[in-house]
Design a protein around this ligand. Sequence first.
Ligand SMILES: Nc1ncnc2c1ncn2[C@@H]1O[C@H](COP(=O)(O)OP(=O)(O)OP(=O)(O)O)[C@@H](O)[C@H]1O
Length: 582
Amino acid sequence: MRSPQPFAVRNRLALAALCASSSVNLSYPYLMGRLVDMFGEGQEGLLFVMDHTALCGLLVVAGGAATFCRLYLIETAIERIAFRLRQQFFKALVERPIAFFDQNKTGELVNRLGNDITMTSRVLIDASAGIRGSITAAVGTCMIFQLAPREMILGLLSPVLALFVTGVLYGRLVRRIAERRQQRLAEAVQRAEERLGGIRTVRTFNAEARELRGFEGLLDLVYQAGWQNALASAGLSCFFVTGGGLFLLHIIYNCGVMVSSGVVSVGTTVSLAMYCLMAGSSYTGVMAAYGDIQKCLGSLQKVLDILGTAEVRPALSQSVAAASGAASAPLAVKFENVSFFYPARPQANVLQGLNLDIPAGARVAILGRSGSGKSTIALLLAGLYAPTEGKIWVDGHDMVAEDRTAWVRSQLGVISQEPTLFAMSIKENVEYGLSPDPVDQASNDLKVKEAAAAAHVTEFTDGLPHGMDTLAGERGQALSGGQKQRVCIARALARTPRMLIFDEATSALDLRSERAVHEALQEVLSSQNCSCLVITHRMSSLQWCDHVAVVEEGAVVQYGQKEEVLQNPCTALQSILRNDEF
Ligand SMILES: Nc1ncnc2c1ncn2[C@@H]1O[C@H](COP(=O)(O)OP(=O)(O)OP(=O)(O)O)[C@@H](O)[C@H]1O
């Protein structure tokens, strides 16, 4: 991702603040040592101490201010990174092919959008800790080399190496355990999210106890990993506290030896002790930061997996603008030798050399047994999947080769088998099919009103206290099945499509509502002059179609004028009619 200028400036300022606060911290031990050495130097020493105490005070204040700037700049940078990553990630997800969602769990993607991005953006904190630790360790070590007699250096620093190596190995183990716990927790949360989303199904099947047991099973795994994590983390802290304490004793002992043998002054030993402690803790701090950076990079990789493979496609407006032809005429569609399998099941061909010609203005009913591939035809036409072989011509254009899928979608009104609404008002759901930034809001409102009336939505909203502003609930759960379908129909009609696709769209309506919707649609179809594709199991839906296509095993086996087809039904249609699938 490209960093814009202000972001780079912010990073540089944060780095400068970091260097300033580190320099201040590193100067303390030296100044402390100098002050201690001056304690016994009479009047001159007293003056030095007074002067330098004030300097030390100033340094303390400057160090505090630098720390504030460093943390403020880094934390705000983190928020900006998280904002951008989430924005880009959501964009990448929204633009992924539908097949991607067949193969990935939504809960897992949501987890990446939340936790992984939070973790990724924390990399700045860890990087800053790493840089700070490195500076302190490097300068601290140099100061030890500078202040301590040569023969004492190895003795002073040797425990640092032991602490460092043990800390690194142990830290890795702790990190692995923590990751395992995180992974298990994510799985449990995903399952809870899915089951709560389908709570009606859970309740209908009296499956609360089963769900509780399943969730408890997952929580058990989280607990076990958490228990190991607690043990390992406590052990690591114990190691550092004990190791640090022993190291301090080791320094005091060595300093004591140096002072009593007169090799160095008391002040120098104070400085040395402080530098030793600083350097020792910084080495382990650097390793901890390195481990955390690795963890962040692991999360970043998961995020990049999505970002890096996102399809680069022209924006919708470009594709729509690239389209030619009269925008108000009905759409003409032709499937030519189309074969298709779902990417999740490459071994099963769903469509096999399918041919279907829908002339502009035709109203075609597609009949076929369950699983014969009827809805798949609609999905391909809506550009949600691309044919594996063959071509789909729309208004004479090769939809896939000419990259017209976005444009084709903008010409369609699709009412799918499963009515999907969003958690907003009924009016907003109907308006969803229209431009979000209308030039003329009044004309949008009019379209919504007309569509709602045509789809008999107003019939039930008029009786609701908030009318069209009534909330539809999550996934439209606050409406009945038939009401949801009517809102979906209104949503499709509102955009005055050039082709309507109905996939069992009136199956949840009672006969009276269905008849009313059919009549209204017939009016809409004749006045709007649009083509129509109806996938149905109901004889009643055939009334307003003029063509019938019979689909069997992914191919059209009979196609023609409705009367002709019904008078001379092929074997597949005879079987469908005999089995009374309508
Ligand atoms: N996303 C998917 N991934 C894999 N296979 C799928 C997917 N969607 C549908 N299928 C399979 O494709 C085949 C055709 O499905 P399709 O929904 O087109 O049938 P249909 O004729 O519309 O059936 P129905 O009348 O029951 O709705 C079925 O065998 C189905 O299991």
